[in-house]
Design a protein around this ligand. Structure first.
Ligand code: KIV
Length: 257
């Protein structure tokens, strides 16, 4: 097993929480690496917070590869070694063969592992990746690539039937060979149940505090996307305000000669 994946799995055994943040470019990857984050995720959320798309359904493999290369350069120069995880974007893993092909491209671009949206529905893809020794994390609960089909970002696990299906999803991806499972917008009690039910680490977003780790979109953490703020994200800096202030100061200084 890849040393980084073994380290990732050790966190859960030791009871140490895992910190995951998204990064999409060289400076953010380098700063977060220097700060000691455990995992950097080149999420397809880059479509929204970097490229200005309305959701993640327009992101292409070409864009994922471009940003993965930039992040890999930042990690190298940051001098530490977080796990670099890259998203398989919409349409890139519809079949096991596509999943393997596109994951190889992400690994060549500098990722150490890939993330795929889907649970029991994607067991064939996860098995194919595991057979090729490509480390894969599954993403269950709210799957943003389904946002148009579902008509919004809806909380998952509210009914007993949904909760059972989520636990089954997590068990299915673990047996298929996933090394971790991301839980998005899962009712906290259900996220806790899943975390106890599987031996692989769970990484939560908007899913309560009982997961093995937490992931946040960097822009939500540092206030760099002020036009939309998810309710569950704690903003710890206000970079948008700083950029506006510095820009106004610069414009004033320039106009004033
Ligand atoms: O694309 C992304 O950034 C994600 C989030 C859930 C963190 O998958």
């Amino acid at each position: 097993m890849d040393e980084r994946i073994a380290k990732f799995r050790e966190f859960k055994k030791r009871g140490e929480r895992i910190s995951v943040l998204t990064a999409y470019d060289y400076p953010s990857a380098r700063l977060l690496t220097e700060s000691g984050v455990d995992v950097l995720l080149i999420g397809d959320s880059l479509g929204m917070v970097v490229l200005g798309y309305p959701d993640t359904t327009l992101v292409t493999m070409e864009e994922m590869l471009h940003h993965t290369r930039a992040v890999a350069r930042g990690v190298k120069d940051g001098g530490r070694s977080p796990l670099i995880l890259a998203d398989l974007c919409i349409g890139s893993a519809d079949t096991p063969a596509e999943a393997v092909h596109n994951s190889m491209l992400l690994l060549e671009a500098g990722a150490h592992a890939v993330k795929i949206e889907g649970g029991a529905s994607h067991v064939a893809q996860i098995k194919a990746l595991a057979e090729e020794e490509i480390p894969v994390m599954a993403h269950i609960g709210m799957q943003p690539q389904q946002v148009r089909v579902e008509g919004g970002y809806k909380i998952k696990g509210k009914t007993a039937e949904q909760a059972r299906a989520l636990v089954a999803d997590a068990r299915a991806v673990e047996s298929a060979g996933a090394f971790g499972v991301l839980l998005e917008l899962v009712v906290p009690e259900v996220a806790a149940e899943i975390t106890a039910a599987v031996s692989i680490p769970t990484i939560g977003i908007g899913s309560g505090t009982d997961c093995d780790g937490q992931v946040l979109v960097l822009h939500d953490l540092v206030g760099l996307f002020p036009w939309f703020k998810p309710k569950f994200a704690t903003q710890r800096a206000d970079l948008a305000a700083e950029i506006r202030r510095a820009t106004a100061e610069y414009i004033g200084a320039t106009k004033g000669g």
